[in-house]
Design a protein around this ligand. Structure first.
Ligand SMILES: NC(=O)C1=CN([C@@H]2O[C@H](COP(=O)(O)OP(=O)(O)OC[C@H]3O[C@@H](n4cnc5c(N)ncnc54)[C@H](O)[C@@H]3O)[C@@H](O)[C@H]2O)C=CC1
Ligand SMILES: O=C([O-])CC(=O)C(=O)O
Length: 299
């Protein structure tokens, strides 16, 4: 299997988690990142099972993820066109922001190319889970390896919703702790952008998160029947067409959406789900509208 990572972050991803990325058919990862011609990209994509798309510009202080739309939307569209033409069966992991819109763009492009399989398109929200687990473990003096917090919704501001009531192992939080942790997890990306003061956004932690999601995908592709992750996917767990939730991964992609996480929510979480829907809906519509106005390039 050949996971393909379309940026220099490949080095981070491979180094952090030791994911075996087989790029032997490309000269260097930089070639993939900085490709100039469609045929060069096409060569790299042939036969690939997992495509990771972290290409695009990161935020600077004061920007929202949506401020990246004007540049990153076209980059994601072009790369997904190449995936559709050269490895339409691959799992596609979209990291490029704004994920809430770039995933719907990818879906539209794949539809226009006639190869859309909603089970194989993922917005990568693993970093939200990594952060939620880390902050809860720190707060409650737990071993990080033992903690699992599902994070649902999307990947921007209030659309990132950690379900702290579903934390494993079962933990009790005060109302203040819930609010403080929720806001910290929602703003963690912005915290990093501000700390880096113009030098980009979370790179190494994203590489770790991407490596985790790639590894989970490869395990599922290899037939492991016990692979669960959170991801932003086409969904019917709410009335929105895309939504992040826990999913079961299998050989063919999303095998099940774990909708039970959305049952028995606390009043705080229920209100937060309602509050995030408006923003998520308009981000989805913005992505779809963009892709529908731009016809896909012929193969
Ligand atoms: N989903 C998530 O949780 C996260 C998403 N991100 C997003 O990932 C994206 C990348 O962030 P960084 O790696 O920190 O930025 P970076 O600037 O360090 O790397 C971006 C890479 O994209 C490549 N690139 C630029 N335009 C391209 C094009 N047209 N085709 C192919 N490659 C191209 C560049 O050569 C570079 O290697 C940003 O949009 C950022 O917001 C970052 C962290 C977390
Ligand atoms: O905040 C950003 O711009 C990058 C990102 O998505 C994250 O770190 O969660």
């Amino acid at each position: 299997m050949s996971p393909l990572v379309s940026s220099l972050n490949l080095y981070d991803i491979a180094n952090v988690k030791g994911v075996a990325a087989d790029l032997s058919h490309c000269n260097t990862p930089a070639q993939v990142s900085d490709f100039t011609g469609a045929s060069e990209l096409a060569d790299c994509l042939k036969g690939v099972n997992v495509v990771v798309i972290p290409a695009g510009v990161p935020r600077k202080p004061g920007m929202t993820r949506d401020d990246l739309f004007n540049i990153n939307a076209s980059i994601v569209k072009t790369l997904v066109e190449a995936v559709a033409d050269n490895c339409p069966e691959a799992f596609i992991h979209v990291i490029s922001n704004p994920v809430n819109s770039t995933v719907p763009i990818a879906a539209e492009v794949l539809k226009q190319k006639g190869v859309y399989d909603p089970k194989k398109l993922f917005g990568v929200t693993t970093l939200d889970v990594v952060r939620a687990n880390t902050f809860v473990a720190q707060k409650k003096n737990l071993r990080l390896i033992d903690v699992d917090v599902p994070v649902i919704g999307g990947h921007a501001g209030i659309t990132i919703l950690p379900l702290l009531s579903k934390t494993k192992p079962s933990v009790s939080f005060t109302d203040e702790e819930i609010h403080e942790l929720t806001v910290r997890i929602q703003n963690a990306g912005t915290e990093v952008v501000e700390a880096k003061a113009g030098a980009g956004s979370a790179t190494l932690s994203m590489a770790y998160a991407a490596a985790r999601f790639v590894e989970s995908s490869l395990r599922a592709l290899d037939g492991d029947g016990d692979v669960y992750e959170c991801a932003y996917v086409q969904s019917d767990v709410t009335d929105l067409p895309f939504f992040a939730s826990r999913i079961k991964l299998g050989k063919k992609g999303v095998e099940a959406l774990i909708s039970s996480d959305l049952q028995g929510l606390t009043e705080y979480e229920l209100k937060a789900v309602e509050a995030l829907k408006g923003e998520l809906k308009s981000s989805i519509e913005k992505g779809i509208g963009f892709a529908q106005k731009q016809p896909v390039a012929a193969a």
